[in-house]
Design a protein around this ligand. Structure first.
Ligand SMILES: Cc1ncc(COP(=O)(O)O)c(C=O)c1O
Length: 408
């Protein structure tokens, strides 16, 4: 496929985009169980879809909407949607309960809690996913073990311990090897592995997780409608292993059928496995070419999720990668918005799409990519700020002290 380097943004246009239906497991029918489970939670509230008219005006587009996932379940990130739903599916299967009628609060009743006592959950995480799993396991009175890759912030580890009494360990291995370690521990000890990526032979639980993520897309579709928009014209989705991006893209492909938005997948240039897979262009998933550190901890993943790779391959329009300072730019723009716009607290992995949109469509230039993406005065852009200030110390450095400023 053709590769573009536009300033410091790398882009690949998908030349084999498929116009067919999205995957069945991400249809409206197949995902409504996950939406029902989430909506029955006592703490459930749709996260805000923030409209940024000041930013839209400055970029010359019709409207920009940012889904603020810092408000999700008090967990400061969207990830709990997947871990919680998968945990409930595992529990229901184990105890022979009906997924169509059960609720999380049923499972918190003493008679069920007693039966769940022996169940132990394990996962690897760069932060947000592990927090969701630890929280859900803790709510059910179950033990959880969470492994984090080397370089993980101790603050993020502590935040996981706080929500769910999980045992949390920062390892000396990178993300992908830490996932393999969690899988080995599950195998050895008979624990339940709740991992937010998949590989051959481990796909059922990741599918539940991915279905769980679609709740935020379903909310965004309804909220856009309420705001008077049938569909967005452009969606930017950030990717680590690509489970979130693939889940949301698959769901939107099914929901919007003939009126599909232009969808771009966004990764840090230091570790970009989806971009790399599109670049190799043999239809298969490939590990990232480079694995240098990035401030986008949630996107610091070198191997694509096998369940969602085919969705990203077949239905995305663009694959983009960019340096860390694009994400830092997005964090600052959302923290100190244009007059009249509401502030969104957005962390490193949450803000990269906002930063990138502003780089592509802003006055500085990169007009080439703006035109290639078809961004103009009729465009309605949907972004997902997938986390808040999950590393508050680093957030302050970026937002208040100008760390990772644009180099020009
Ligand atoms: C805040 C945030 N955004 C986006 C992602 C990317 O999700 P995925 O790894 O499914 O691509 C993650 C993953 O951990 C994350 O924590």
């Amino acid at each position: 496929m053709k590769k573009y380097l536009i300033g410091y943004v790398h882009g690949i246009k998908n030349e084999h985009k498929c116009l067919g239906k999205g995957p069945e497991f991400l249809s409206e029918e197949s995902t409504k169980g996950a939406h029902r489970i989430h909506k029955a939670l006592e703490i459930y509230k749709p996260t805000p879809l923030v409209r940024l008219d000041g930013m839209a005006k400055s970029l010359g587009v019709k409207a920009i909407f940012v889904k603020d996932e810092s408000q999700r379940f008090g967990l400061n990130a969207f990830k709990g949607l997947g871990g919680l739903y998968a945990l409930i599916c595992i529990v229901c299967k184990k105890l022979g309960l009906d997924m169509n009628t059960i609720s999380f609060s049923d499972l918190q009743k003493p008679e069920w809690k007693e039966k769940l006592k022996g169940m132990v959950f394990v996962t690897a995480t760069d932060g947000n996913h592990g927090k969701g799993v630890a929280w859900a396991a803790g709510q059910l009175g179950c033990e959880a073990h969470v492994y984090m890759p080397s370089g993980s912030s101790e603050l993020r580890a502590e935040a996981i311990r706080r929500v769910g009494q999980a045992e949390v360990r920062i390892m000396e291995t990178g993300y992908d090897d830490t996932v393999r370690y969690a899988a080995q521990m599950a195998e050895k000890n008979g624990w339940f592995l709740v991992q937010d990526t998949s590989w051959e032979g481990y796909e059922e639980i990741p599918k539940y997780i991915i279905q769980g993520y679609t709740t935020m897309a379903e909310e965004a579709v309804s909220q856009l409608k309420e705001a008077g928009f049938e569909t967005p014209t452009h969606v930017f989705l950030q990717a680590g292993v690509g489970a979130m991006a693939g889940g949301v893209l698959g769901y939107l492909t099914n929901r919007y059928e003939g009126m599909r938005p232009i969808v771009s997948i966004v990764e840090p240039e230091n570790i970009a496995c989806i971009y790399r897979s599109a670049q190799v262009d043999d239809g298969e998933p490939h590990p990232a070419e480079n694995t240098a550190p990035t401030i986008m901890a949630g996107l610091n993943c070198g191997e694509p999720c096998t369940v969602t790779w085919p969705i990203l391959r077949d239905f995305a329009d663009w694959y983009l990668s960019c340096p860390d300072y694009v994400s830092a730019y997005g964090m600052r723009l959302l923290a100190a918005p244009a007059p009249g716009d509401r502030q969104v607290i957005s962390g490193e992995s949450g803000a990269v799409t906002t930063g990138l949109l502003n780089v592509i469509a802003g006055k500085e230039g990169y007009g080439g990519l703006k035109d290639m993406l078809g961004l103009n005065e009729n465009s309605v852009v949907l972004l997902f700020s997938t986390e808040g200030d999950t590393d508050p110390v680093h957030y302050k450095k970026v937002v208040y002290e100008g760390k990772d400023a644009m180099p020009f």
